[in-house]
Design a protein around this ligand. Sequence first.
Ligand SMILES: [Zn+2]
Length: 452
Amino acid sequence: MRNQITEALKNQNADYIEIRMDESSSSRIQYRGRDLEDIGRSTGSGGNVRALVNGGWGFISFNDAHNLKDKVDLAIKQARLVGNEKSNIAHMDPIQDIVEAHIDKNPLNIPLEDKKKLLDEYVEAIWSTPKIQTSTISYSDSQKKVIFANSEGSYIEQSRVDVTSRINAVAREGSDVQQYGISIGSIGDYSVIEGLHAQVKECAEKAVQMLSAPKVKGGQYTVVLDPILAGVFTHEAFGHLSESDFVYENDQMREIMVLGRKFGKPILNIVDGGAVPGYRGSYKYDDEGIPSTKTYLIKEGVLTGRLHSRETAAKMGEQPTGNARAISYSHQPIVRMSNTYIEPGSTTFEEMISGIKEGVYAKNWYGGMTSMEMFTFSAGETYMIRDGKIAELLRPVVLSGNVFSTLQNIDAIGNDLDMNQGGGCGKGGQSPLPVSNGSPHIRINDCLVGGA
Ligand SMILES: [Zn+2]
């Protein structure tokens, strides 16, 4: 295959060409209530050619890798049709490398029946709780090998193994419905799925407890976010604004996302990095064969970086960061996050809540949306904070505001960083892309809190 690929890239009349080939196998299990809705294994393979001519890209994807040279020709022809300027991508020295998958407990060595048996136990753990109306449990794992080669002489093989699961319990009393869920994931370690019986049972119990919890009195509060909700906030509300394709194409955002501008207090550090090891967003090279990095988006409260592909780096006169990613061979790489998190500070959780007379402790994540700098997020679990202590359970709240003023209002950062490894990111029709996000506990002043 390697010869075929390097031959196909030789002596072509284009500014740049790359070939990327995937080979993957995956398994999935899905329950709705007690019913097993889907169980199975699948395998897939395919590839693509991306060519750059006069600033225009051509892209051809395929399942059958025969006649690669013809596919390269086609991609070049397509690129020639749209190109109308000078090609401009950041310089990169060629790389040759083979990267093995990081594996602790390989899900591919576990029979599908054993996975099902474990999930059956989780289904029963939920349904043994009274007032449960329904539940959903999904599980998937995948193994993927990606070959990347380009006309500059790079040839990289990378393998990875992914595991994710989402478990959700729904309780009901009359017309009142409450739910609680957890997302779990890892890069190459099935054991994160095992032994969750107590946690799963707790999901069901929390959903039921919320049925009798009061609603919050809406208003401005000092709010403490747990690592899950703070991590999702960091990814959704801020991280996407750091993706340079978005910044480059959006005049309003370019005026806001000015490097050197103060975005928060000096305690605030926000990082994105595929080079940070051991998480679902970790990788050695992105889908343009660029080495992953660790990028400070915000350092000591100041906007210091953003995420790039080769093209956005060149167009904005900045260094590539290794953030061009594609969910599969049938998609082009676009600028994406990897592992995005707020770096830990020195405040303990007790110190953080000790001075709060009346505040809100918002945990877990249920859903939300962002529109430019505005966000609305639903917490999955909420408590009042009274006189410096965690007080009564509330119905889950909705937090909303402007991401930039919210970042400015973060006045305490915990020492207890934790990462969300479940779920994935969606952008430009490519979902779910494996990413992680996280944060320690953080405290936000003057946050708008509403009932769900
Ligand atoms: Zn996202």
